[in-house]
Design a protein around this ligand. Structure first.
Ligand code: NDP
Ligand code: X2W
Length: 394
């Protein structure tokens, strides 16, 4: 059993956290220790709520609605601003009837938003639009951006894969790539975090630790990924009609999906050399969930058990990344609606190769859940606040 402690200021009080770990699971205890100065409490916002005031930009979209759902169970965050584009002016229950029981502000257009009543924002907007909107936000705000706009360090690469020049290059330099379990230290001190894409999360969580320890070769990495349709957002698109999606699957973006440079950026950094991957995503007839099946070549003398042992040790103390035991096969059903990434490693029939399978919920660990983990970290509070719900099953 181990423990770690953290302090933060909220509503004029210093809250002390003691996080105790027993094996894989964390038990959290909180208590109020003493009064803080007004200046310190400013860090967490002022006003009637005594909570950190959160803006959700793009609250009428799928990832925005997941942020709202997760924040329902957050002890220190309260939503005070929600924006939409076409749906500006509407109430949240008219857009998402499942949120009717929540006491939330109406949706406003970004141009009409009052950011003086906000301490931090989740930016759940389409890429391209996001850069200019973030550029115009007050610089005191903490921001977690769920779009792809600040993920690629090389702006020439951004232009190549996203088909438009980057319009906020200074902010791009400031942004920290938010793959939580890998870059926790950098995220803690960041003001702007670029939340990873869903496919890159499912691929990098298993591969980065193995590459860093030279357990797999960085050539011939083949990634076969499958996503639920919510990955494409809520906007109406002909290709996403029930009649186009149901009872069939199809690949898309073969060799040119915009997550290729993001995956290669993360793996190259881990390898300290340029890594090129084969990546093919598929659209599945399911509303949410994502699986990546990854075929790798092991380094000379390395066995699949070595890969398992390493991933097991690497993630031993992580709440949200779990290496399955024995030959258990990860299943998207087992992460549905939760912030978990489940993974396992299997021997391939081809000697020297291994098959790694990882699953996440694209909207939670692949988007809003990881974004909340990151904002918790940026605020110096326990990373799992609002996130420790079990998956929906069946
Ligand atoms: N869906 C997923 O699984 C994942 C998505 N992401 C990324 O997160 C971001 C949000 O995705 P998602 O929630 O799926 O998208 P949605 O299409 O479901 O929602 C987009 C939101 O942005 C608003 N919006 C659209 N255009 C504009 C604009 N020009 N100005 C201001 N607001 C605008 C929409 O408002 P309105 O409804 O009124 O039109 C809506 O609230 C995207 O960048 C996406 O790529 C990242 C990881 C996973
Ligand atoms: C099924 C589907 O369409 N998925 C989206 C990826 C969703 C996501 O994570 O992408 P960003 O955050 O990078 O936008 C796609 O392939 O473009």
């Amino acid at each position: 059993m181990s423990s770690l402690a953290a302090n933060h200021f909220n509503g004029g009080c210093l809250w002390k956290y003691q996080v105790s770990k027993v094996g894989k699971f964390r038990i959290r205890a909180t208590w109020m220790a003493s009064s803080s100065t007004p200046a310190q409490s400013m860090e967490f916002g002022e006003g009637k709520t005594n909570k950190l005031r959160i803006g959700v930009l793009g609250a009428s979209g799928y990832t925005g609605s997941e942020i709202i759902r997760l924040l329902r169970n957050h002890p220190h965050f309260q939503i005070t601003l929600m924006t939409a584009d076409r749906k500006a002016g509407q109430s949240i229950e008219s857009v998402f009837p499942h949120l009717v029981t929540q006491d939330l502000p109406n949706l406003v257009a970004v141009k009409d938003a009052d950011f003086s009543a906000v301490d931090a924002v989740f930016c759940c907007l389409p890429h391209g639009t996001t850069q200019e909107i973030i550029k115009s936000l007050p610089t005191n705000l903490k921001i977690v951006d769920l779009s792809a706009d600040f993920r690629l360090q090389d702006i020439a690469e951004y232009e190549e894969w996203y088909g438009q020049p980057h319009k906020a290059t200074a902010l791009q330099k400031e942004a920290v790539y938010g793959l939580t379990e890998i870059s926790r230290k950098e995220i803690q001190s960041a003001r702007l975090v670029a939340n990873p894409g869903c496919y890159p999360t499912s691929v990098q969580l298993p591969l980065i630790p193995l590459i860093k320890s030279n357990l797999i070769e960085v050539r011939n990495i083949i990634i076969d990924s499958k996503s639920g349709v919510s990955g494409a957002g809520r906007g109406a698109k002909e290709a996403n009609l029930y009649t186009e999606i149901a009872e069939g699957i199809h690949s898309y973006g073969i060799t040119r999906h915009r997550h290729v440079p993001e995956i290669e950026q993360g793996l190259s950094e881990a390898a300290n050399s340029k890594v090129t991957v084969s990546f093919t995503p598929h659209l599945m007839p399911m509303s949410r969930g994502m699986q990546s099946t990854i075929y790798v070549e092991m380094a000379p003398g390395v066995t699949t058990q070595d890969l398992k042992d390493h991933l097991g040790n690497y993630y031993e103390h992580e709440e949200f990344v779990v290496l399955l035991k024995n030959k258990e096969v990860p299943h998207t059903r087992h992460v549905r609606g939760s912030n978990y990434c489940l993974m396992n490693v299997f021997p391939d029939r081809i000697p020297g190769r291994a098959i790694i399978i990882s699953v996440i919920d694209n909207l939670v660990k692949g988007a809003s859940g990881q974004a909340l983990q990151n904002l918790n970290l940026m605020m110096g509070i326990p990373e799992n606040l609002g996130l420790s719900c079990l998956p929906l099953f069946p």
